[in-house]
Design a protein around this ligand. Structure first.
Ligand SMILES: Nc1nc2c(c(=O)[nH]1)N[C@H]1C(S)=C(S)[C@@H](COP(=O)(O)O)O[C@H]1N2
Ligand SMILES: [Mo]
Length: 334
C-alpha cells in the first residue's frame, strides 16, 4: 500500500529521524529511563513530547519509563491539541455511566495492574499475555491525531502508543483471519454502568476491524496520552485509536483480541444497526439519521452555539486510508 504523509504537516516542523534516534540511544546508553529525557542537555535539539505541567497519572514504573521514551511520529497532525482537562473530563465510556463526566468521576477505582490480554482465533500464536510482555521491546510513539465522535464533536489528542500491526504480526494470523474482534473488560464490581438496569448496550463492549484496517499504519494501540500513562476514563491501560472512524470504534480497556473469519457483531451495531454501521468511517455526506455529519465542534468550543468546522471525509486521513474503500459504496456500507 502506498502511504503518504498527512498533507498538513509542514516539513520544517518535523525533527530529523536521526535526531530522535540519537535521543533514544543516548538515554539507553546512559542506562537512564524516562527521567533523563526531561534533563535539558540530554534532550536538546528534540521536539519534546506534549505534556501537562504538574500532571502525573499513576501506573507501573516500567510503563512510565517506556512512555517517557516515546518518539514523536511523522503521522502526527500539527496544531493545537485539545486541553488536558477536556481530554480527561469529557468522555464516553458507558461502563462508568452515560454522562460525559461519569467516567472521570467513576473510573478512578478501576484496577488496571496486573492486566492480561487474551489473543485467540485464526492465528499461529494464541494465548494470554500480560501487558508488560505485550509491550516488551516495543518503541512507543507520540501520535497527535484528530478524533471525531459520531456526536459531532472533535478533539486533537496526543496519544502515546504503537501500531496495532506490530502486535498482529507477532501472533501470526492465518490467511483465514479476515477480521479482528476486540472486547473490553467486563467487571461489574468496578464498572457501575455494567450494573445499571437501564443500560442501552450489551456488555462487554465489542468492536471490530477488517484485517486491512487493523494493519493500516494509522491504527494505533494507545497506552498513554499527553506523555502520561492512560487515565482510566480514557481506556487504561490499553485502547484502540482509529482516527478516520467515528470515536466509538476506538474501544477502551481491551482484554480480548480475536482473529475471526466472519465480521464480528459490534456493540453499537447491535444496539441500533440503522444508526451505527460496522465501518463508521467519518463521512460528512452520510448523515446520522437524527443529525448532520457535515460539520463538527472542535472542543472546547461549546457544543451548542460555538464555532463549527467542516468535517472531512475519513476525518482528513483519506491519503492514508481511502484506497481500502475504493470498491465500496460508503452510503450503503456506512
Ligand atoms: N469500552 C468502551 N469503549 C469506548 C466507549 C465506551 O463507552 N466503552 N465509547 C466510545 C466513544 S463513543 C468515544 S467518542 C470514545 C471516547 O474516547 P475518549 O473518552 O478517550 O475521548 O471512546 C469509545 N470507546
Ligand atoms: Mo463517540
Amino acid at each position: 500500500m502506498l502511504i503518504r504523509k498527512p498533507p498538513e504537516i509542514n516539513a520544517s516542523e518535523i525533527t530529523d529521524e536521526s535526531v530522535y534516534r540519537s535521543r533514544r540511544e543516548i538515554v539507553k546508553a546512559m542506562g537512564l529511563g524516562a527521567a533523563a529525557l526531561a534533563i535539558p542537555g540530554v534532550a536538546s535539539g528534540n521536539v519534546p513530547l506534549r505534556s501537562v505541567p504538574g500532571v502525573s497519572v499513576s501506573g507501573p514504573d516500567w510503563l512510565k519509563t517506556q512512555i517517557g521514551a516515546a518518539m514523536p511520529s511523522d503521522f502526527s497532525t500539527t496544531g493545537q491539541a485539545t486541553p488536558w482537562d477536556v481530554v480527561t473530563r469529557y468522555n464516553n465510556f458507558y461502563e462508568f455511566g452515560s454522562g460525559k463526566d461519569d467516567p472521570f468521576d467513576n473510573a478512578g477505582k478501576l484496577t488496571t495492574d496486573p492486566w492480561t490480554v487474551e489473543v485467540s482465533g485464526e492465528a499461529e500464536v494464541t494465548g494470554k499475555v500480560g501487558l508488560d510482555d505485550l509491550l516488551g521491546g516495543i518503541d512507543l510513539e507520540e501520535r497527535v491525531y484528530r478524533f471525531r465522535c459520531v456526536e459531532a464533536w472533535s478533539m486533537v489528542i496526543p496519544w502515546i502508543g504503537f501500531p496495532l500491526a506490530s502486535l498482529i504480526k507477532r501472533f501470526k494470523p492465518l490467511s483465514s483471519a479476515r477480521y479482528v474482534r476486540f472486547e473490553t473488560l467486563y467487571r461489574p464490581s468496578e464498572m457501575p454502568g455494567q450494573r445499571s438496569r437501564f443500560s442501552s448496550i450489551d456488555w462487554p463492549y465489542i468492536e471490530g476491524l477488517r484485517m486491512d484496517e487493523a494493519m493500516n499504519p494509522l491504527t494505533l494501540l494507545a497506552v498513554g496520552v499527553y506523555g502520561n500513562v492512560m487515565p482510566n476514563q480514557n481506556g487504561a491501560p490499553l485502547r484502540l485509536v482509529v482516527p478516520w472512524k467515528y470515536g466509538f470504534k476506538s474501544i477502551k480497556s481491551i482484554v480480548k483480541i480475536e482473529f475471526t473469519r466472519t465480521r464480528p457483531k459490534t456493540t453499537w451495531e447491535i444496539a441500533n444497526s440503522r444508526e451505527y454501521g460496522f465501518y463508521s468511517n467519518v463521512n460528512p455526506s452520510v448523515p446520522h439519521p437524527r443529525w448532520s455529519q457535515a460539520s463538527e465542534r472542535r472542543l472546547p468550543q461549546p457544543i451548542f452555539g460555538g464555532e463549527k468546522i467542516k468535517t472531512r471525509i475519513f476525518n482528513g486521513y483519506g491519503a492514508q486510508v481511502a484506497q481500502m474503500y475504493a470498491d465500496m459504496d460508503l452510503r450503503r456500507d456506512f
